[in-house]
Design a binder for this molecule. Structure first.
Ligand code: SF4
Length: 339
């Protein structure tokens, strides 16, 4: 490889890692940067104690200064409502810990398994259904993937492996390469699906080297990005997504339906259009998983179904996501239909 190209790649790599190390974790610093009044956000320090606030500066740039109701801010800002308790909300709302035959590998559905590759993310989303997940005991990189790879190798009906976390794109290119090579050597694995919020939270991570790594095998690659609002997809994010698409990676989106963020058919319609412009197809619109600390984001099923009907009246079918909820113990996500 020419020296200049190598230098360029190293600079890019350093760039995203540097941005990650400079992520904002102090709620007061975030308020200050956004010119917001602390009295509008009582108990933020207490609320961020059990789940630290974290967001890259690139994400801060997409939040409107002075607007406490900004839909991106609402996804990341710790709030007093997280301290409310509700008996219907728990630490493991989708039964992850009951579905782990080996540490860090979930086998819930036929033909596919999910690897918890890391506990780290570029951003901490307050509604995250894994916000209480015991990552230190349960991620598959702990033993260099070996137990997980052995399990997949022995289960010949598994054709698709899903990389999740945390965010799998936080891993270094060399770690990802090592994992992809191991999966590629298993004949019955044909598809690699990557769930990542990084394309819309830290787009500098989508380097040429990363794309080379992801497309280095015979596996079909699908990436599911997690965008909840069109404001999350600025020019830089759109460029990153188009690069992934140009490399032959199938791009889908899943959103979580969140009160105060995207519980409006106009907002969801705008998101679908922005995704399509960025070469991403809407896939799922998830009901909130009932995780402890996130009950204030809940939209009830009746409202959700009504929203979907409104969305269907605004958009062509290929831009309407499937409204689903996940219930522990079920063999698939459950779609919610209009009456
Ligand atoms: S990026 Fe994903 S895993 Fe990480 S906090 Fe957000 S929703 Fe949870």
């Amino acid at each position: 490889m020419p020296k200049s190209t190598l230098y360029q790649l190293n600079s890019l790599k350093a760039d995203w890692q540097q941005q990650l190390s400079q992520a904002i974790t102090d709620p007061l610093e975030l308020l200050n940067l956004l010119d917001l009044d602390a009295t509008d956000f009582p108990l933020i320090q207490q609320a961020s104690e059990s789940f630290q606030l974290k967001l890259p500066r690139a994400y801060v740039d997409k939040i409107e200064p002075g607007n406490p109701d900004d839909p991106l801010l609402k996804q990341v800002m710790a709030t007093a409502a997280e301290l409310d308790t509700d008996e219907n909300y728990c630490a493991d709302p989708v039964g992850d810990l009951q579905s782990m035959p080996v540490p860090g590998l979930l086998h819930k559905y036929h033909g596919r398994v999910l690897l918890i590759t890391t506990g780290a993310c570029a951003i901490h989303c307050r509604y995250c259904f894994r916000r209480h997940f015991p990552y230190s005991d349960n991620h598959s990189a702990k033993n260099q993937w070996q137990e997980s790879i052995t399990y997949i190798d022995q289960n010949t009906d598994v054709s698709e492996v899903i990389l999740s976390g945390g965010d799998p794109l936080i891993l270094s290119d060399s770690k990802l390469q090592q994992l992809i090579d191991q999966l590629n050597s298993i004949d019955h694995v044909t598809t690699l699906r990557i769930h990542s919020r990084i394309p819309v939270t830290l787009p500098s991570r989508i380097t040429d080297q990363l794309i080379t790594t992801l497309t280095s095998s015979n596996l079909q690659i699908c990436m599911v990005i997690h965008a909840n609002h069109s404001n999350e997809i600025g020019d830089e994010e759109q460029t990153a997504l188009r690069h992934l698409n140009q490399a032959g990676i199938t791009l889908l989106n899943q959103s979580v339906l969140l009160r105060g963020v995207n519980d409006c058919s106009v907002i969801l319609s705008n998101l679908s259009h922005r995704l399509f412009e960025s070469k991403v197809l809407p896939y799922y619109l998830h009901m909130l998983d009932p995780v402890q600390g996130a009950s204030h984001f809940r939209v009830n099923e009746k409202q959700a179904v009504k929203l979907l009907k409104d969305l269907r009246n605004k958009l062509p079918g290929y831009l309407v996501p499937c409204l689903v909820k996940e219930t522990a113990g079920e063999k698939s996500k459950l779609p919610l239909f209009e009456l």
